[in-house]
Design a protein around this ligand. Structure first.
Ligand SMILES: O=P(O)(O)OC[C@H]1O[C@H](O[C@H]2O[C@H](CO)[C@@H](O)[C@H](O)[C@H]2O)[C@H](O)[C@@H](O)[C@@H]1O
Ligand SMILES: O=c1ccn([C@@H]2O[C@H](COP(=O)(O)OP(=O)(O)O)[C@@H](O)[C@H]2O)c(=O)[nH]1
Length: 917
């Protein structure tokens, strides 16, 4: 996947990073980085003090006490952050609301108004047990409570544990939990496909289950909303609650919402089979931050959003109309200390002793799984059978202990699995067992924490054969308990944990029974030094990547993401104050009008005369910048007295002169041939589409094709490109409304302006600095850097905005600030970077590029010309950047449509002209 880095704001700083941008562990906090990018610099400034009031990067979490295991569960939901209040020095706490389908405790009714609470089993609960937070946990208590008395009593009992129940009735649980969540989403996300929808076999259709799913999500949202206070962080968990971010944001768009998926997110090819594929993605995208266990899952999610929704995938996440949802990988961990501490407890030591005696003379193999089809339990047992079959000498020397925790027992698939596993175990024990010993000990129940720790500690070989698994914490827990024994971990390559424990484990494909059987043999015979080496590696990982880190990183990133979104000024700008823009135009001495046209270059007939008038005004320079090639610009604008910038400014000409190239040196174009193959392939398969090859880009256009089909093809094309020819190339991919463009990195309209202006200034021999800039256009988000090109030296605010008013009241000097650096710059572009050179249209001669990318120079630095003279004398009031037809933009102003542009340019042209310069 080719992704442009966000490390620099200027086009010159665009660089390419390896495709792991969805990972979250950055050395510098995201906000700091953004501040640096935005040259706000001082981390004690006003923006950061807003940031100070959040938990997160650098924040200290308050540790809660941990007594009993149940209290530990409660502590798990106690997220607290301490940050110093800007003035008083008092700590500010940020509350965290953890929302998951299941509470960390399940309720068991003891009487009309009495309840006992038990710890729920499963990875999500275990992970959060390892986290010390000051927070509330909102979820389902795993039980139907139809009566008010019961609900009241349970609410009270849970409140002591900082848990808040969501009461779901039986029918909803059937359709939402057993049905949509566990019979549809769960198998699909684990690559087991969708169940057949058979109206004759069940009254529950996909649709009714989906409706119940939405209803349940709404019920969770209602409860969250009831407890939510401004400033809280709401962390939603898992596939049960994919609608929750949307419903929460419907309540309050300012709510800080994160969503984390504990399962895999499958390839978009799998996700697209889901009838409600788009709605679910859109609802998740309402969150501010979306997290996954691995980079792969994050990448799959982003590609599902680009392919299914047609949104833009960026290195940061998914973007739609300027609204970014951050997507990142946050691999979960465990609280390893809790396990190592438990091993020291007398009752655990006793248990260990008993188990050692019980299995003395035999090597112990261990499997611990919920009895779920994704865990590959039949595959594991069949591999063990094969091993025994092929290694008779081991038959009385090894035992497999399989803990199979019953789960989702109301779902028919799980019931079938239970019978299947029992049948296989019975057969194998019958085949290889003796009167006194059986090779497989199969337990259909859960163990308590201490029993589990003892089992992990005495195990020689742990075996995890998940067919798919979000992470698999059992493998982490086993490693944490093996400091003494240094046993071997056999681990499915399809578990998320394979990415972190792969170096120390024996990785297997669970579908390959022969391979798994061989690995069992290899593990049982592994020499001590190899075991030691492998264990060391994994132990170091497990003890340093803890559940606490995971949760802190997520919450901190969520806070940062929100501050960042506020800083990221993809805002809704005000409308262009056309009257003022005309007035200022009249008052100025040297104006620059930059008109940007994307694909459709045909000039509006009513614009011909005004454009001629503007072009012929000696105090005005008009430039048309386009992604199109030279001949297209020639055909459409050749008759005017203006500058043309083709292929995003790579070629330039005054209409009276010849084309010149401003192409940077060292522009890597090695990718062209392979991209061309992909374009040819899709052109052949998409009637009425075509592609153009330009000097710095390739554009596939489907504006004349069937729109729907064209879009589908474009999404497929992007997938082909990302996974193939451009996966390592220095290119940007720009998705247009009817086009896909692949262009060399740095070929943006903003980057072009730097080079173009140098050329114009030089060739026009300007003596008067440019004191008015109008930059107006209709194009894609990627090229928006053109609007910000002039910004660093200008006040940040446009006219009419609320922030400008504040600035005008207190800091009018900002608006008056002029381009002070201009005269201090000694070397002009020309002398430092040379001149553009002429080429003729269609010429093979590609002259060397004389402008190298300009780094982080300010526009004035960029545009200083000969020895000390100024190119720009622009103050904020005379700068009008204006986006057409976009809702959000980096431009200062908006115009609704092309018609508004025509009206405005007509007004501008009709304004009285000044004397020649
Ligand atoms: O609540 P249940 O229906 O009984 O299911 C138990 C949990 O199963 C899933 O666990 C996942 O989360 C683990 C921690 O991130 C991860 O290691 C594992 O690979 C996943 O399968 C499910 O995602 C949870 O919501 C359930 O609570
Ligand atoms: O008898 C048992 C068996 C398992 N577990 C816990 O259940 C979790 C299973 O998590 P994992 O990520 O391996 O898979 P999941 O069940 O969440 O899919 C682990 O923390 C185990 O310690 C448990 O509490 N009691």
């Amino acid at each position: 996947m080719k992704l442009a880095s966000k490390q620099g704001s200027g086009p010159q700083q665009q660089q390419h990073v390896p495709p792991n941008n969805y990972t979250s562990r950055n050395p510098v906090s995201r906000v700091e980085r953004l501040l640096r990018e935005r040259e706000l610099g001082d981390p004690t400034g006003s923006v950061i003090s807003e940031n100070e009031q959040r938990a997160g990067a650098g924040g200290e979490w308050v540790n809660a006490d941990e007594d009993e295991l149940l209290d530990a569960a409660v502590a798990a939901v106690r997220a607290s952050s301490e940050k110093r209040e800007a003035q008083g020095g008092r700590p500010l706490k940020q509350r965290l609301l953890v929302v998951a389908n299941r509470l960390p405790v399940s309720a068991v009714r003891r009487g009309e108004d009495s309840w006992s609470l038990e710890i729920s089993a499963g990875g999500l609960v275990s992970a959060l047990l390892g986290v010390e937070f000051e927070a509330k946990w909102i979820g389902w208590a795993g039980v139907n409570v139809p009566d008010e008395t019961g609900q009241r009593a349970l609410t009270k009992a849970l409140a002591e544990k900082r848990c808040i129940p969501v009461f779901l009735d039986e029918e909803i649980v059937h359709q939402y939990y057993n049905g949509y969540s566990n019979n549809i989403l769960w198998p699909l996300f684990h690559y087991l496909g969708l169940p057949q929808e058979d109206r004759l076999a069940t009254t529950r259709s996909f649709q009714s289950q989906f409706d119940a799913y939405k209803k349940a999500n709404q019920m969770f949202a209602d409860v969250v909303n009831q407890y939510y206070e401004e400033g809280d962080v709401v962390w939603c968990h898992d596939y049960h609650l994919m609608y929750l971010p949307k419903y929460l944001k419907d309540y309050d768009s300012k709510m800080k919402v994160g969503w984390f998926l504990h399962t895999p997110f499958p390839s978009s090819e799998i996700h697209r089979t889901l009838p409600s594929r788009s709605e679910l993605l859109r609802s998740v995208l309402a969150a501010d931050l979306v997290g996954f266990h691995t980079y792969d899952y994050a990448r799959h999610f982003v590609s599902a959003c680009t392919r299914i929704l047609g949104f833009e995938g960026t290195p940061e996440g998914v973007e739609d109309q300027g609204k970014l949802t951050r997507v990142a990988a946050f691999p979960i961990g465990i609280d390893s200390d809790r396990f190592t501490r438990a091993l020291e407890l007398p009752q655990v030591r006793n248990h260990i002793k008993d188990l050692k005696e019980r299995f003395s003379g035999r090597k112990v193999m261990l499997g611990v799984d919920r009895l779920d089809m994704i865990k590959g339990i039949p595959q594991k047992i069949l591999a063990f059978e094969k091993f025994l079959e092929e290694n008779p000498a081991w038959r009385d020397k090894v035992v497999l202990l399989q803990i199979a925790v019953p789960t989702r027992t109301d779902v028919p698939e799980y019931q079938k699995l239970t019978s299947q596993v029992h049948e296989i175990v019975g057969r194998i024990n019958g085949r290889f067992g003796t009167l006194t010993a059986v090779p497989i000990h199969h337990l259909d129940r859960s163990l308590d924490f201490h029993a589990l720790c003892a089992l992990y500690a005495i195990t020689d070989v742990a075996i995890v054969t998940s067919l798919r698994d979000g992470m698999n914490l059992v493998s982490y827990e086993f490693v944490a308990c093996q400091e003494e024994k240094k046993g071997v971990l056999i681990l499915s390559e399809f578990a998320g944990a394979a990415q972190s424990l792969g170096a120390g484990a024996l990785l297997v494909n669970p579908w390959n029974i022969t391979e798994v059987a061989n690995s069992i043999g290899y593990a049982l015979n592994m020499p001590a030094d190899e075991r030691e080496k492998r264990h060391r590696h994994n132990f170091a990982h497990v003890t340093t990547h803890t559940a606490q880190d995971w949760a802190e990183t997520f919450v901190s990133e969520l806070n940062d993401t929100i501050v960042e979104a506020q800083l990221r000024t993809r805002q809704v700008p005000p409308f262009l104050p056309t009257k003022i823009a005309v007035e200022r135009y009249l008052q100025s001495r040297n104006r620059l009008l930059i008109l940007i046209k994307e694909m459709e270059l045909k000039l509006h007939p009513e614009l011909k005369d005004p454009l001629s008038a503007l072009c012929n005004d000696p105090k005005t320079t008009v430039v048309v910048v386009s992604g199109s090639d030279r001949s297209v610009l020639d055909d459409n604008f050749g008759e005017y007295n203006m500058w043309l910038a083709a292929e995003n400014g790579m070629f330039l000409r005054l209409t009276k002169g010849e084309w010149m190239t401003t192409m940077p040196e060292h522009l890597n174009m090695d990718w062209v041939e392979s991209v061309k193959h992909v374009f040819e392939y899709f052109t052949e398969r998409t009637p009425r589409s075509h592609f153009e090859q330009r000097d710095t880009s390739l554009v596939w256009n489907y504006k004349y094709a069937d729109v729907e089909f064209g879009r589908l093809q474009a999404r497929d094309m992007l997938q082909h490109l990302w996974t193939g020819p451009i996966s390592n190339a220095a290119v940007d991919v720009v998705q247009g409304s009817r086009s896909v463009e692949v262009r060399a990195v740095g070929v943006t309209k903003g980057a072009a302006i730097d080079r173009i202006l140098g050329e114009i200034v030089h060739s026009k021999c300007m003596v008067t600095p440019i004191d008015y800039v109008l930059c107006i256009g209709h194009f894609l988000g990627k090229d928006e850097d053109i609007y910000t090109f002039f910004e660093p030296e200008l006040p940040a605010e446009p006219l009419n905005s609320s922030r400008t008013k504040a600035a005008e009241m207190g800091k009018s000097s900002a608006t008056e600030r002029k381009t002070s650096k201009l005269s201090s710059v000694r070397n002009s572009l020309r002398t430092s970077h040379g001149r553009a050179q002429k080429v003729s249209v269609g010429s093979e001669r590609k002259t060397t590029i004389n402008y190298s990318f300009a780094g982080s120079r300010s526009p004035q630095d960029k545009l200083a010309w000969n020895e000390g003279s100024s190119v720009l004398d622009l103050n904020g009031n005379n700068y009008f950047s204006c986006a057409v037809g976009r809702k959000r933009s980096n431009a200062r102003y908006l115009l609704d449509s092309a018609d508004d542009v025509v009206t405005f340019l007509r007004d501008l042209a009709a304004a009285p002209r000044g004397p020649p310069r």
